[in-house]
Design a protein around this ligand. Structure first.
Ligand code: ATP
Length: 357
C-alpha cells in the first residue's frame, strides 16, 4: 500500500474523537467523495532519531504492513495510510460497538455458551493471524471490540497491532512489552517469544471473563509478575461455582508455563468446551454462566483505571507542551514535536512492564 502525502483533511472530514492511545487519537472520519464512515488513527511520529516523543516511523510502517496481511472478519481492516513530517494517519474500518467487556458487563446474565460465541471469533481471528506467523503480543480487553453492538450476533474486531510481530523462519524474537496481568512467563524471563505468547493472554482473558477475577493480579505489578513466574493461580470455589469443569480445563491448558505445551488457537477451537461433542457437554455449557456480579465489578474498576491513566497522560502531555518551546503549537499540528526533558516521558512509558493498565 502506497503511503499518501496529501493532506488527509482534504479527502476526509475529521469528526469526533473515538479513543486515545499513547501517541495520538482515533477519530471518526467521513470520506468526502463517498460519504462513507471510517476511523482515522492519528499517530505522532518522531521527527528525528534523537527525538523521544512519538512513535518511530518504522514501527508504524510495520503496523501497516501487518494489518495489510490480515484481512479477516475478526480483525480491524486497513483502508489507507497518509503521512506527513510528524504524523501518520491510518484510515481503518470504523468499529462502533465498543469493547466486548463493556457489552457483556451491561447484561444481567450471560451463559458460557454466549461467552463462547465471542471467544470463538477471537480464536478464529488469532488463529488466522498465527497462520501468517504474526503474534499480536497485546491481547487484552481494551483491544477486543465489537463492530456493532445493536445486532443479534455482534462481530468481534481485534485492534491495536502496535506491538505485533511477524516471525521470519527460525527467528528468535524477544521483547519485554505487554501489560503485566496478561503477559506469560517467557516475556518476564526475557525468553524467546512465539505465537503461543498470545495463547496465554487468551487464557487470562477467559479466566477474567468467567469469574471477574484476574488470575495473577496483585497489589503491585512486581507482585503480579512474581505470581506469573510462580504460576500461582487457582479457581476459588466461591467465585467459580457457576463455571463448568470443561471451562476450567480449557483455561488450564492455556495457562501453561511451557509455550510448546499450550493449546494453539486451532486446538482451542476443537476443545470440547468450545466445540462440544455430546449433548451432555452442550447442556453443561448452557447451564453454566459468567459470575456477573464479580465481572461487573472487575469491569468498573478497569474502566476507572483507564480513565485515571488517561487523565494522568493528558495532564502530563499538557505540561510537556507548556514546557516546550512549541507551547503555542496546536496539539495535532503536523510540525510539532516537543521534547520531554524529564526522566520518564509518557512516550517511554508505553506498555512497559512497569506501567500497569
Ligand atoms: P495504545 O497506546 O493504548 O496502544 P494506540 O495508540 O495503539 O493505543 P489503539 O489502541 O489502536 O491506539 O486505539 C486507541 C483507542 O481508540 C481504542 O482503545 C479504541 O477505544 C479506539 N479505537 C481504535 N480503533 C478504532 C476503530 N477502528 N474504530 C473505533 N474506535 C477505535
Amino acid at each position: 500500500m502506497a503511503f499518501k502525502h496529501e493532506n488527509v483533511a482534504d479527502l476526509y472530514d475529521i469528526g469526533v474523537v473515538l479513543g486515545s492511545g499513547h501517541f495520538g487519537q482515533v477519530r471518526q472520519v467521513t470520506e468526502r467523495s463517498t460519504g462513507a464512515q471510517w476511523a482515522g488513527k492519528f499517530i505522532k511520529t518522531r521527527k528525528s532519531a534523537g527525538s523521544r516523543l512519538g512513535v518511530e516511523r518504522s514501527a508504524v510502517e510495520r503496523e501497516v504492513e501487518l494489518l495489510q496481511a490480515l484481512t479477516h472478519p475478526s480483525i480491524m481492516a486497513l483502508k489507507d495510510v497518509f503521512e506527513c513530517r510528524a504524523e501518520m494517519v491510518l484510515i481503518v474500518e470504523l468499529i462502533s460497538g465498543g469493547e466486548l467487556f463493556d457489552f457483556i458487563a451491561a447484561k444481567d446474565n450471560v451463559t458460557e455458551s454466549e461467552a463462547i460465541a465471542f471467544l470463538k471469533q477471537i480464536l478464529e481471528g488469532v488463529g488466522f493471524m498465527h497462520s501468517k506467523h504474526i503474534a499480536h503480543f497485546d491481547l487484552k480487553p481494551e483491544n477486543i471490540m465489537l463492530s456493532d453492538k445493536d445486532v443479534a450476533n455482534p462481530t468481534i474486531k481485534l485492534i491495536d497491532f502496535g506491538l505485533a510481530h511477524q516471525f521470519k523462519q527460525g527467528e528468535e524474537y524477544k521483547s519485554m512489552c505487554g501489560t503485566p496481568q496478561y503477559i506469560p512467563p517467557e516475556v518476564i524471563n526475557y525468553s524467546p517469544l512465539s505465537t503461543a505468547t498470545d495463547m496465554w493472554s487468551i487464557g487470562v482473558i477467559t479466566y477474567i471473563l468467567l469469574s471477574g477475577l484476574s488470575p495473577f493480579q496483585d497489589n503491585t505489578d512486581e507482585e503480579t509478575l512474581k505470581n506469573i513466574i510462580a504460576m500461582k493461580f487457582e479457581f476459588p470455589e466461591h467465585v467459580f461455582s457457576m463455571t463448568s469443569e470443561s471451562a476450567k480445563d480449557f483455561i488450564k491448558k492455556l495457562l501453561v508455563m511451557d509455550p510448546i505445551e499450550r493449546m494453539t488457537a486451532e486446538e482451542c477451537l476443537i476443545h470440547q468446551w468450545i466445540k462440544p461433542m455430546t449433548r451432555k457437554q452442550m447442556a453443561n455449557r448452557n447451564r453454566s454462566s459468567i459470575n456477573m456480579k464479580n465481572f461487573k465489578k472487575f469491569n468498573a474498576k478497569r474502566k476507572w483505571k483507564m480513565s485515571f491513566n488517561m487523565v494522568w497522560m493528558c495532564n502530563r502531555f499538557m505540561r510537556l507542551q507548556l514546557l516546550s518551546s512549541a507551547a503555542n503549537a496546536e496539539l495535532r499540528d503536523c510540525e510539532s514535536d516537543s521534547e520531554d526533558t524529564e526522566s520518564k516521558p509518557a512516550s517511554l512509558m508505553r506498555r512497559r512492564l512497569s506501567s500497569s493498565s
